[in-house]
Design a protein around this ligand. Structure first.
Ligand code: AP5
Ligand code: MG
Length: 216
């Protein structure tokens, strides 16, 4: 199964990709995660991306295509993959088409997780990562027990450098301007599925499974 998860910052792409990965074993390929890893490793790409990402702007198409090409080239991705955060503009969508045609791995679905703007801002400003487990939590939406589990084990709740209100506003603006046009691109190819992403995590996941015939 080859899927793209589309949606605004905070729509739940990473959260839903993890659930699909746990249940079905398809690897999640997140350009955001790959770039954050490059920053942590202080690579040349990481050095170029750091300030751009903190401000909530887009990293260059060449850099992200290179990351995607390398990731898709692994034998572990032969039975499928979940793309999270790529493509984000028409040029990236066209590059992805060319790449997938070349490696004979056509897409099955492009799934938009559709969430209201107010909810996006709340989810992003409340997002934290447990320093011990890497688990993504939310101070507004997670069960208190999940947050305490991290803190009681000696972990810290870490906030992403781009989850401040200035970057959040910029990321959502750029999403509307540059990423939303690709919805029409996938719709015209008959690949777009739109999911209501406003409910609880498990409910959204249920919508995804139902609309894709449980990914059979
Ligand atoms: P990236 O890491 O992809 O960030 P993003 O697109 O801004 O999306 P997020 O990761 O913030 O949100 P998400 O949809 O994954 O939500 P999540 O599941 O975490 O990219 C970061 C940066 O890298 C970009 O700004 C850009 O600079 C660069 N970049 C990446 N790809 C690029 C590309 N292709 N081209 C150019 N530049 C690129 O959920 C958010 C929070 O909400 C969490 O706390 C979660 O617990 C909570 N939550 C999730 N679902 C629910 C729910 N249903 N109910 C309640 N809470 C929920
Ligand atoms: Mg994410």
């Amino acid at each position: 199964m080859r899927i793209i998860l589309l949606g605004a910052p905070g729509s739940g792409k990473g959260t839903q990709a993890k659930k699909l990965m746990d249940d079905f074993g398809f690897p999640q390929i997140s350009t955001g995660d790959l770039l954050r890893q490059a920053i942590a490793d202080d690579t040349e790409i990481g050095k170029q991306a750091k300030a751009i990402m903190a401000a909530g702007d887009f990293v260059s198409d060449e850099i992200v295509l290179d990351l995607i090409r390398t990731s898709l080239d692994r034998p572990s991705n032969d039975s499928g993959f979940i793309l999270d955060g790529y493509p984000r503009n028409i040029a990236q969508a066209e590059s992805l088409d060319t790449l997938l045609t070349l490696i004979k791995q056509p897409l099955d679905y492009s799934i938009l997780i559709d969430v209201d703007s107010d909810t996006l801002v709340k989810r992003l400003s409340g997002r934290r990562m447990c320093s011990l487990t890497g688990r993504v939590l939310n101070i507004y939406f997670s069960d208190q027990s999940e947050i305490e589990e991290c803190l009681n084990a000696g972990g810290e709740l870490i906030q992403r450098s781009d989850d401040n209100i200035q970057s959040i506003t910029n990321r959502i603006k750029i999403y509307r301007e540059q990423t939303e046009p690709i919805l029409e691109y996938y719709k015209s190819k008959g690949l777009l599925i739109v999911i209501d992403g406003n409910g609880e995590i498990d409910k959204v996941y249920d919508h995804i499974l139902k609309s894709t015939n449980s990914l059979d």
